[in-house]
Write a protein that binds this ligand. Structure first.
Ligand SMILES: C[S@@+](CC[C@H](N)C(=O)[O-])C[C@H]1O[C@@H](n2cnc3c(N)ncnc32)[C@H](O)[C@@H]1O
Length: 210
Protein backbone atom coordinates (compact mmCIF):
# COMPACT_ATOMS: atom_id res chain seq x y z
CA UNK A 1 0.00 0.00 0.00
CA UNK A 2 1.56 3.32 -1.10
CA UNK A 3 1.04 6.24 1.21
CA UNK A 4 2.28 9.77 1.53
CA UNK A 5 4.36 10.11 4.69
CA UNK A 6 2.40 11.49 7.61
CA UNK A 7 4.37 14.23 9.40
CA UNK A 8 2.80 13.42 12.76
CA UNK A 9 3.14 9.62 12.45
CA UNK A 10 4.91 9.09 15.80
CA UNK A 11 2.45 11.34 17.61
CA UNK A 12 -0.54 9.47 16.17
CA UNK A 13 0.93 6.11 17.22
CA UNK A 14 1.88 7.31 20.70
CA UNK A 15 -1.42 8.96 21.54
CA UNK A 16 -3.86 6.42 20.18
CA UNK A 17 -6.03 4.98 22.96
CA UNK A 18 -7.30 2.04 20.89
CA UNK A 19 -3.88 0.96 19.51
CA UNK A 20 -2.81 -1.95 21.73
CA UNK A 21 0.91 -1.99 22.47
CA UNK A 22 2.42 -5.26 23.78
CA UNK A 23 -0.65 -7.23 22.64
CA UNK A 24 0.99 -10.52 23.77
CA UNK A 25 0.21 -9.64 27.36
CA UNK A 26 -3.52 -9.97 26.68
CA UNK A 27 -3.31 -13.50 25.24
CA UNK A 28 -6.34 -15.36 26.58
CA UNK A 29 -7.63 -12.12 28.19
CA UNK A 30 -9.01 -10.05 25.30
CA UNK A 31 -12.65 -10.31 26.35
CA UNK A 32 -11.99 -9.97 30.04
CA UNK A 33 -9.32 -7.25 30.11
CA UNK A 34 -9.52 -5.35 26.84
CA UNK A 35 -13.18 -5.30 25.80
CA UNK A 36 -14.64 -6.13 29.22
CA UNK A 37 -17.54 -8.02 27.66
CA UNK A 38 -18.22 -11.50 26.26
CA UNK A 39 -19.01 -10.44 22.72
CA UNK A 40 -17.42 -12.33 19.82
CA UNK A 41 -14.13 -11.00 18.44
CA UNK A 42 -13.54 -10.54 14.69
CA UNK A 43 -10.21 -9.48 13.18
CA UNK A 44 -9.18 -8.08 9.82
CA UNK A 45 -5.63 -8.97 8.78
CA UNK A 46 -4.09 -6.22 6.64
CA UNK A 47 -6.63 -3.52 7.48
CA UNK A 48 -4.88 -0.83 5.40
CA UNK A 49 -6.49 2.56 6.10
CA UNK A 50 -9.07 0.94 8.35
CA UNK A 51 -12.41 2.06 6.96
CA UNK A 52 -13.81 -1.51 6.71
CA UNK A 53 -13.00 -2.41 10.32
CA UNK A 54 -14.28 0.93 11.63
CA UNK A 55 -17.55 0.69 9.70
CA UNK A 56 -18.01 -2.94 10.75
CA UNK A 57 -17.55 -1.86 14.38
CA UNK A 58 -20.10 0.92 13.98
CA UNK A 59 -22.57 -1.43 12.26
CA UNK A 60 -22.22 -4.31 14.76
CA UNK A 61 -21.84 -2.85 18.26
CA UNK A 62 -22.25 -6.32 19.82
CA UNK A 63 -19.14 -7.67 18.10
CA UNK A 64 -15.59 -6.64 19.03
CA UNK A 65 -13.34 -5.79 16.07
CA UNK A 66 -9.55 -5.68 15.86
CA UNK A 67 -7.65 -4.36 12.82
CA UNK A 68 -4.22 -5.91 12.24
CA UNK A 69 -1.62 -4.12 10.12
CA UNK A 70 2.12 -4.63 9.91
CA UNK A 71 3.42 -1.22 8.75
CA UNK A 72 3.78 1.80 11.09
CA UNK A 73 2.96 4.26 8.33
CA UNK A 74 -0.20 2.42 7.34
CA UNK A 75 -1.32 2.11 10.98
CA UNK A 76 -0.77 5.86 11.46
CA UNK A 77 -2.79 6.55 8.33
CA UNK A 78 -5.61 4.34 9.65
CA UNK A 79 -5.59 6.14 13.02
CA UNK A 80 -5.71 9.46 11.21
CA UNK A 81 -8.71 8.15 9.26
CA UNK A 82 -10.56 6.59 12.18
CA UNK A 83 -9.97 9.41 14.66
CA UNK A 84 -13.50 10.79 14.80
CA UNK A 85 -16.52 8.92 16.08
CA UNK A 86 -14.32 6.06 17.37
CA UNK A 87 -16.37 2.93 18.12
CA UNK A 88 -15.81 1.55 21.65
CA UNK A 89 -15.68 -2.00 20.20
CA UNK A 90 -12.65 -1.29 17.96
CA UNK A 91 -8.96 -1.90 18.64
CA UNK A 92 -5.84 -1.94 16.43
CA UNK A 93 -2.70 -4.06 16.65
CA UNK A 94 0.50 -3.27 14.75
CA UNK A 95 2.09 -6.61 13.91
CA UNK A 96 2.66 -9.17 11.18
CA UNK A 97 -0.10 -11.77 10.99
CA UNK A 98 2.42 -14.54 11.64
CA UNK A 99 2.71 -13.28 15.26
CA UNK A 100 -1.00 -13.61 16.01
CA UNK A 101 -0.51 -17.10 17.48
CA UNK A 102 1.32 -15.40 20.36
CA UNK A 103 -1.42 -12.79 20.81
CA UNK A 104 -4.68 -14.78 20.83
CA UNK A 105 -5.52 -18.11 22.40
CA UNK A 106 -8.85 -19.56 21.17
CA UNK A 107 -10.52 -16.13 21.21
CA UNK A 108 -11.39 -15.24 17.62
CA UNK A 109 -14.60 -16.03 15.75
CA UNK A 110 -13.91 -14.63 12.29
CA UNK A 111 -10.88 -13.55 10.25
CA UNK A 112 -11.39 -11.13 7.35
CA UNK A 113 -8.80 -11.09 4.59
CA UNK A 114 -9.62 -8.12 2.38
CA UNK A 115 -7.60 -7.52 -0.78
CA UNK A 116 -4.54 -9.23 0.64
CA UNK A 117 -1.31 -8.87 -1.29
CA UNK A 118 -1.42 -11.64 -3.96
CA UNK A 119 2.32 -12.51 -3.97
CA UNK A 120 1.98 -14.01 -7.47
CA UNK A 121 5.36 -15.74 -7.84
CA UNK A 122 5.64 -19.37 -6.81
CA UNK A 123 8.58 -18.58 -4.53
CA UNK A 124 6.37 -16.00 -2.74
CA UNK A 125 3.64 -18.53 -1.93
CA UNK A 126 4.53 -18.70 1.77
CA UNK A 127 3.72 -14.99 2.14
CA UNK A 128 0.11 -15.38 0.97
CA UNK A 129 -2.28 -15.04 3.89
CA UNK A 130 -4.12 -18.20 2.81
CA UNK A 131 -0.98 -20.34 2.43
CA UNK A 132 -0.65 -23.44 4.60
CA UNK A 133 1.90 -21.62 6.79
CA UNK A 134 -0.61 -18.89 7.68
CA UNK A 135 -3.60 -21.26 7.92
CA UNK A 136 -1.56 -23.34 10.38
CA UNK A 137 -0.72 -20.24 12.41
CA UNK A 138 -4.42 -19.24 12.60
CA UNK A 139 -5.49 -22.60 14.12
CA UNK A 140 -5.03 -21.66 17.77
CA UNK A 141 -6.57 -18.19 17.35
CA UNK A 142 -10.08 -19.51 16.85
CA UNK A 143 -12.71 -20.21 19.43
CA UNK A 144 -15.19 -22.84 18.14
CA UNK A 145 -15.80 -23.02 14.38
CA UNK A 146 -13.06 -21.35 12.35
CA UNK A 147 -14.43 -18.75 9.93
CA UNK A 148 -12.39 -17.01 7.22
CA UNK A 149 -13.97 -14.43 4.89
CA UNK A 150 -11.97 -13.29 1.88
CA UNK A 151 -12.58 -10.58 -0.71
CA UNK A 152 -10.17 -10.00 -3.57
CA UNK A 153 -9.95 -8.52 -7.05
CA UNK A 154 -7.25 -11.08 -7.86
CA UNK A 155 -8.64 -14.23 -9.49
CA UNK A 156 -5.38 -16.17 -9.11
CA UNK A 157 -5.25 -15.49 -5.37
CA UNK A 158 -8.95 -16.37 -5.13
CA UNK A 159 -8.47 -19.72 -6.90
CA UNK A 160 -5.36 -20.41 -4.81
CA UNK A 161 -7.28 -19.66 -1.58
CA UNK A 162 -10.14 -22.01 -2.49
CA UNK A 163 -7.71 -24.90 -3.04
CA UNK A 164 -5.55 -24.08 -0.02
CA UNK A 165 -8.54 -23.69 2.34
CA UNK A 166 -10.12 -26.88 1.02
CA UNK A 167 -6.84 -28.85 1.41
CA UNK A 168 -6.64 -27.56 4.98
CA UNK A 169 -10.12 -28.86 5.88
CA UNK A 170 -12.20 -25.69 5.41
CA UNK A 171 -15.52 -25.92 3.59
CA UNK A 172 -16.49 -23.02 1.31
CA UNK A 173 -20.03 -22.17 2.43
CA UNK A 174 -20.60 -18.97 0.42
CA UNK A 175 -18.88 -17.73 -2.72
CA UNK A 176 -19.31 -15.23 -5.53
CA UNK A 177 -17.28 -14.08 -8.52
CA UNK A 178 -19.19 -10.78 -8.50
CA UNK A 179 -19.98 -9.89 -4.90
CA UNK A 180 -21.69 -6.58 -5.69
CA UNK A 181 -24.31 -8.39 -7.79
CA UNK A 182 -25.38 -10.52 -4.81
CA UNK A 183 -27.41 -9.69 -1.72
CA UNK A 184 -24.58 -10.82 0.60
CA UNK A 185 -24.12 -8.20 3.33
CA UNK A 186 -21.07 -6.12 2.47
CA UNK A 187 -19.09 -3.18 3.77
CA UNK A 188 -16.60 -1.92 1.19
CA UNK A 189 -12.89 -1.49 1.85
CA UNK A 190 -10.75 1.26 0.32
CA UNK A 191 -9.28 -1.12 -2.28
CA UNK A 192 -12.71 -2.50 -3.07
CA UNK A 193 -14.09 0.97 -3.79
CA UNK A 194 -11.11 1.74 -6.01
CA UNK A 195 -11.35 -1.52 -7.97
CA UNK A 196 -15.11 -1.52 -8.37
CA UNK A 197 -15.02 2.07 -9.66
CA UNK A 198 -12.77 0.72 -12.44
CA UNK A 199 -15.34 -2.00 -13.23
CA UNK A 200 -13.35 -4.84 -11.63
CA UNK A 201 -15.54 -7.62 -10.20
CA UNK A 202 -15.00 -8.59 -6.58
CA UNK A 203 -14.43 -12.24 -5.66
CA UNK A 204 -15.80 -13.33 -2.31
CA UNK A 205 -15.72 -16.46 -0.19
CA UNK A 206 -16.68 -17.54 3.29
CA UNK A 207 -15.00 -20.71 4.57
CA UNK A 208 -15.70 -22.65 7.77
CA UNK A 209 -13.72 -25.39 9.51
CA UNK A 210 -15.40 -27.28 12.34
C1 LIG B 1 -3.61 -4.33 -0.56
S1 LIG B 1 -3.75 -3.70 1.06
C2 LIG B 1 -5.51 -3.87 1.41
C3 LIG B 1 -5.94 -2.96 2.52
C4 LIG B 1 -7.42 -3.08 2.95
N1 LIG B 1 -7.71 -4.39 3.51
C5 LIG B 1 -8.35 -2.79 1.82
O1 LIG B 1 -8.99 -3.73 1.32
O2 LIG B 1 -8.49 -1.62 1.42
C6 LIG B 1 -3.07 -5.04 2.02
C7 LIG B 1 -2.64 -4.59 3.40
O3 LIG B 1 -2.26 -5.73 4.14
C8 LIG B 1 -1.09 -5.45 4.90
N2 LIG B 1 -0.43 -6.74 5.13
C9 LIG B 1 0.11 -7.54 4.17
N3 LIG B 1 0.64 -8.65 4.72
C10 LIG B 1 0.43 -8.54 6.06
C11 LIG B 1 0.76 -9.37 7.17
N4 LIG B 1 1.44 -10.50 7.00
N5 LIG B 1 0.42 -8.97 8.41
C12 LIG B 1 -0.25 -7.78 8.58
N6 LIG B 1 -0.58 -6.95 7.57
C13 LIG B 1 -0.26 -7.32 6.33
C14 LIG B 1 -0.32 -4.50 4.01
O4 LIG B 1 0.61 -3.73 4.72
C15 LIG B 1 -1.46 -3.65 3.42
O5 LIG B 1 -1.75 -2.53 4.22
Amino acid sequence: MRLRNLKNKEELLENCSYLINNPEKYQGLWNEEVFKNNHPIHIEIGMGKGSFIKNMALTFPNINFIGIEKFDGVVARAINNINENIPSNLRIIKTDAINLKDIFDHEIETIYLNFSDPWPKKRQEKRRLTSKIYLDSYESLFKGDKVIVQKTDNTDLYAYSIVSLNDFGYKIVEASLDLHKTDIFNIKTEYETKFSQKGVKINYLKAIKK
